[in-house]
Write a protein that binds this ligand. Structure first.
Ligand code: GLU
Length: 302
């Protein structure tokens, strides 16, 4: 049995990331399983080498260890290219030349979603049925993404799309639009790389936050199309702030580095996170000025 922690180096790890890593590590320890570390760095516009260093530093500080080698996605682009080529051979993906604006305009015309904020995750199929001559011609001059023809793909696999958790409970979901599996800017998508990597690394148990649960149907579909086995999926609840916001890099969630700097003990932090009341992180997001009763007396909890 084998699980993985798969952070993206787009910032320093925060306490929500640490919670996820600790759950993976505990699961592995309790089950005599391997824990792998994977650095998900295909998005070169957002990932930075210093954050990769930071991941190692923070996880080591937390006292976690993992089986080598660490898989760095940017060193395995050929694997993702091969998967795209396979889906192309099966005629299940098509080049999409749309910009956000053309998608929105089309949806307004079709009265699907009059507001921009409704547009994420919907695609009205504009490029789905272009003839191959037109595809070839436009591919020469226009940037394009690869979209999965979901309806066609669903016709090839066992339905409904489902997965199981550790208790054997079954979950299923539908995919409501042709998802991008090769981005215009970086050629691949998170969905494609995660599925290829979990397959190559022989991951039997995917343990990750509930925010990624909505992607699991897409992952199950890609696994079946690419002939990859189905891991067990455990989606853990997320830590929130006391005002109900999900901890995230973009809202300045407390980083492990900042806690270390003010003298928090890693073991105390781990124990605190694993028993966090209500899964609420009660401290100021950025604890530059410390306090909150000196982060509950550096987590000895006073
Ligand atoms: N790289 C993803 C993240 O940092 C996690 C991917 C996964 O666990 O499937 O959110």
């Amino acid at each position: 049995m084998r699980s993985r922690f798969a952070p993206s180096p787009t910032g320093r790890l925060h306490v929500g990331n640490a919670y996820s890593a600790l759950l993976c590590a505990h699961w592995a320890a309790n089950n005599g399983a391997d824990l792998l570390l994977r650095i998900e760095d295909i998005d070169h516009s957002r990932c930075r080498p210093q954050f990769i260093e930071g991941i190692f530093e923070d996880l080591q500080w937390l006292g976690l260890s993992w089986a080598e080698p660490v898989r760095l996605q940017s060193s395995h682009l050929e694997d993702y290219r091969t998967a795209i080529a396979r889906l192309r051979e099966l005629d299940l993906i098509y080049p999409c030349f749309c910009t956000r604006r053309t998608i929105l305009q089309e949806m307004e015309k079709m009265a699907i979603a009059p507001h921009a904020e409704d547009a994420a995750g919907i695609y009205p199929g504009i490029c789905r049925n272009l003839c191959s001559d037109e595809q070839e011609r436009r591919m020469q001059s226009t940037p394009f993404a690869w979209r999965l023809n979901v309806k066609k793909a669903m016709g090839l696999i066992d339905t409904p799309l489902c997965w199981h958790d550790e208790q054997g409970l079954e979950y299923s979901a539908e995919i409501d639009h042709d998802v991008v599996i090769g981005r215009k800017d970086i050629s691949f998508s998170y969905h494609l790389s995660v599925v290829v990597d979990d397959g190559i690394q022989g991951i039997s148990h995917v343990i990750r936050g509930k925010d990624l649960e909505a992607s699991t149907a897409i992952h199950r579909l890609l696994q079946q199309l690419l002939g990859l086995p189905a891991p067990t999926y455990i989606h853990h609840p997320l830590i929130h702030t006391s005002t109900g916001e999900r901890l995230a890099k973009r809202n300045g969630a407390t980083t492990l580095a900042s806690l270390r700097e003010i003298g928090v003990d890693a073991q105390k932090l781990s124990a605190y996170l694993l028993n966090l009341p209500g899964l609420i992180w009660p401290f100021e997001q950025q604890n530059n000025s410390t306090c909150n009763s000196e982060i509950l007396r550096l987590l000895g909890k006073r």
